[in-house]
Ligand binder design. Structure first.
Ligand SMILES: NC(=O)c1ccc[n+]([C@@H]2O[C@H](COP(=O)([O-])OP(=O)(O)OC[C@H]3O[C@@H](n4cnc5c(N)ncnc54)[C@H](O)[C@@H]3O)[C@@H](O)[C@H]2O)c1
Length: 385
């Protein structure tokens, strides 16, 4: 029997529901209290899930709370994570780790000096789809990966989010900051750390119009680039071309394709947990399907269609596994997979990509990290209900 960690939630917005659903799947954490700068949000969340709401300060000082789950907006991740660590709590935050590299560096150093765990979403790379891809690469199915492409492209959140402005704000907005974490975290776990980045960017629309909510039909100014074309070089010599865009109505490209010296691979959606991996080793056109819907973290458990281009209408979503795996590692004094070194390296790639495009000059990636060990079935089963 694993210890059940008492988790305090800070930031009771949209994504919190997904983490409460994690209670159905994972056996070693329980969200027992919640807080938000907007106390109404905390109260509503507490009423919905039958837990206690309190002020952010009280939650941070509560001796019952062992891990803070930080689901605030990106701009607030640093402040909330820092306060959590200063108050002697382990912390697991949503992506990205912070909006500035120096903040991420400070958080990692603070967690080490305090002997506390710091974890970050995304945890989608622990799902069946990316783990199956890693397994096949480890088995040398397509040889050494030397080339590849990745794409996330859709029209942006303004049509269905009542407060879309932060996605288009300077420094904290744009597709690299928002969706980059899923793609880059998956690629780093597939290929190892990144070495350098070249990029160009553009802004297709100067203004956007809000599609729903109290501000419906209001126009706002787009402050940041909304499309990036990126060339990312990895230490293992792989060159990956990545498109990240909020300016594309629809497309039909695969999320990630990897080209090895023995064959090619289509990697399933890194924003989700399941999907089949496809491989081929000749020019027959006959792709081999490697299913993941029989794996515990690949089984289909959602049927809702999001507005995102090229997203499957049925999928596997086991968000929260990163938090659960971190709790298991705290209890057993192990290194967790969604760790601070990985999220700082991903933040480094994000900020370097934005700087490369902005300055029109390639950037070296300063940090490094280890590829996480393959997440074995036996390890997954230890934290599942
Ligand atoms: N993993 C995913 O699939 C996924 C999906 C959507 C969003 N996200 C991430 O989750 C985070 C939250 O997204 P959301 O859509 O739930 O946002 P949201 O705006 O719905 O909710 C954020 C909540 O945080 C609160 N908050 C903001 N600053 C705070 C602070 N300093 N202290 C306490 N509370 C604060 C807000 O009042 C709000 O209730 C973001 O980082 C986002 O990138 C992840």
């Amino acid at each position: 029997m694993n210890k059940i960690f008492s988790v305090g939630l800070i930031g009771c917005g949209h994504i919190s529901e997904t983490y409460f659903r994690g209670h159905d799947y994972f056996n070693n954490f329980k969200i027992v209290k919640c807080a938000d700068i907007n106390h109404e949000n905390a109260k509503k969340c507490a009423d919905t899930y039958g837990i206690i709401s309190c002020s952010v300060e009280d939650l941070l000082n509560d001796p019952e709370i062992e891990i803070i789950l930080n689901l605030t907006i990106p701009r607030a991740h640093y402040e909330v994570a820092k306060k959590s660590l200063e108050n002697g709590k382990h912390v697991y935050s949503e992506k990205p780790m912070a909006v500035n590299f120096s903040e991420g560096e400070e958080l990692l150093a603070l967690s080490k000096s305090k002997g506390l765990y710091i974890g970050n979403a995304p945890d989608t790379f622990l799902g069946g789809g990316i783990q199956k891809s890693i397994d096949l690469i480890n088995q040398n199915k397509i040889g050494n990966v030397r080339l590849g492409s990745a794409i996330f492209a859709y029209p942006g959140v303004q049509s269905y989010h009542p407060n879309p402005e932060p996605w288009f704000a300077n420094n904290e907005g744009g597709p690299v900051m928002d969706m980059g974490p899923y793609y880059l975290t998956a690629l780093v776990n597939l290929l190892g750390p990144a070495k350098s980045v070249h990029g160009i960017s553009t802004k297709v629309f100067e203004k956007r119009i809000i599609g729903i909510g109290q501000k419906k039909d209001q126009e706002f100014t787009v402050e940041c680039p909304t499309s990036y074309l990126v060339n990312l070089e990895f230490h293992n010599q792989a060159l990956i071309q990545i498109t990240l865009s909020f300016d594309v109505v629809a497309h039909q490209r695969n999320h990630i394709e990897l080209y090895g010296d023995k064959g090619s691979m289509i990697v399933p959606d890194p924003n989700m947990f399941g999907g089949s991996v496809m491989t081929i080793n000749d020019d027959s056109g006959l792709w081999e399907e490697h299913k993941t819907d029989d794996l515990p973290l690949g089984k289909i458990n959602i049927t809702s269609q999001s507005s995102r281009a090229n997203e499957s209408s049925t999928n596997a979503n086991y968000r929260g596994v990163g938090l659960s795996e971190m709790a298991y590692c705290i209890e057993n004094k192990l290194n967790h997979r969604c760790n601070g070194e990985l999220s700082l390296h991903v933040l480094d790639i994000i900020k370097s990509t934005m700087k490369a495009a902005d300055s029109k000059s390639p950037q070296e990636i300063k940090t490094t990290c280890k590829k996480a060990d393959f997440f074995t079935l036996e390890e997954v089963q230890k934290i599942l209900k």
